[in-house]
Ligand binder design. Structure first.
Ligand SMILES: [Mn+2]
Length: 407
């Protein structure tokens, strides 16, 4: 068996707008340049094929100039073929000029796999056949992978069925699909072409190259795994705290997974079905992202907490990270006074700072009690007593109750 090298990616979501961000233009541009970075990674590793498992585009109305930038970037792939699958955001069918424009401006070795048909790479000199399951809608409660099992468990390779070339033991069978996977990516309403792992594994392909979930799966690559999902190559929001990834997959002479737990093909009269499955010899996560997103929750009580926050976040290593700071607690006067400068310092170090401080309150100090209530009043005496007893919970409760009753 000849070596086969794959760079698998998905979910670029070109055209995502980031209107809520001050650095939105940078984030938008980073998605476009992610295609360049993924192609460069593939070329560096001398990959034979570059696969895109759906949602290359965010939607079906994309400015021509952006489609061109993507096709120009893909044209620089120096391997045999780029295989692009339509996902649920950039689905095929109906009224849309997206894929027409994509095809028109694509290099000859870039293929759009927009039909449930085997894509045979053997005429191109590679020992592999790809089985794509393109999305034909934004939402669907049923997946499109059924045809693959039908084809492979039945007719594929039998002499009397015309077009299909017989598959020998060295040909790698690859599935390419987009949608949610039970236990891997949440899809509570079952809107995203839901698949189960056993459904995918039943269909005899050696490896399913997936897209849809923006998180890499499995979290640490295992060549015995039959389903891999690269995650997005460029993080796209505060739900994406991880880095941007693609997957480098190699099928080679040394195949440690071949006789192991990976299992065997299903029984049938077809000769391929009784041979052990071809497992990758290695799978590796490749970092492709430029920016990161980080959600930071802090409880602030005093100036030391504010200083710690500053020394943790006002650091050069976060210059490419958008930070959402979620604050709570009761902060004393000194701490409150230190806040503006702390925010200033953090803001100048990170890519973008968003502050949520609805749950951060001024601490109930003696000074504050005296400011708000006449000395010797019932309220002042009660609050001072609780403060002295260090009963913070009771103090806060009493403070709130007195406030409410005063309104
Ligand atoms: Mn998707």
């Amino acid at each position: 068996m000849k070596r086969l090298r794959i760079l698998h990616s998905a979910d670029f979501h070109i055209g995502m707008r980031f209107r809520a961000y001050a650095c939105g233009e940078l984030l938008r541009e980073a998605r476009l340049s992610a295609v360049d970075r993924v192609v460069a990674s593939a070329n560096e590793r001398e990959c034979d094929i570059l696969t895109v498992g759906g949602d290359l585009f965010e939607r079906r109305s994309i400015p021509k100039a952006d489609v061109r930038r993507v096709t120009d970037a893909l044209a620089h792939f120096s391997g045999v073929a780029v295989l692009v699958l339509p996902g649920n955001h950039d689905y095929v069918g109906g009224e849309s000029s997206l894929w027409g424009e994509f095809r028109r401006s694509s290099a000859d070795h870039v293929y759009l796999l927009d039909e449930p048909q085997p894509f045979d790479l053997r005429p191109l000199g590679l020992e592999a056949v790809v089985f794509p399951a393109p999305c034909d809608a934004k939402h669907s409660d049923t997946n499109r992978i059924g045809w693959v099992a039908e084809r492979l468990n039945g007719r594929w390779g039998e002499d009397e069925t015309a077009e299909d070339e017989p598959v020998d033991a060295d040909t790698v069978l690859l599935g390419l699909a987009h949608g949610s996977i039970e236990g891997v990516s949440p899809d509570f309403a079952e809107n995203y072409f839901p698949m189960t792992r056993s459904e995918l594994e039943r269909s005899v392909v050696d490896l399913w190259l997936m897209g849809h979930s923006h998180v890499t799966w499995p979290p640490s690559p295992d060549p015995r795994e039959r389903i891999v999902n690269p995650g997005t190559p460029e993080p796209d929001g505060f739900d994406c705290s991880h880095a941007g990834h693609a997957l480098y997959i190699e099928f080679g002479d040394a195949t440690p997974g071949r006789d192991s737990a990976a299992g065997t093909r299903r029984d049938s009269q077809n000769s391929i079905d009784s041979s052990p499955r071809r497992a990758p010899s290695s799978i590796e996560i490749v970092e492709t992202g430029m920016y990161r997103f980080r959600r930071e929750r802090r409880t602030l009580r005093n100036v030391h907490d504010v200083r710690r926050l500053t020394s943790d976040l006002a650091v050069a290593s976060l210059s490419n990270t958008a930070v959402r700071l979620i604050l709570d607690g009761r902060l004393d006067d000194e701490g409150m006074q230190a806040l503006p400068e702390a925010f200033e310092r953090i803001r100048s170090s990170v890519l973008e700072l968003e502050i949520r401080r609805d749950d951060l309150h001024e601490a109930i100090t003696r000074e504050r009690i005296d400011r708000e209530y006449a000395s010797g009043s019932f309220a002042a005496r009660l609050l001072h007593e609780l403060a002295e007893a260090h009963d913070h919970e009771a103090l806060e409760e009493a403070w709130e109750l007195l406030r409410e009753s005063a309104q």
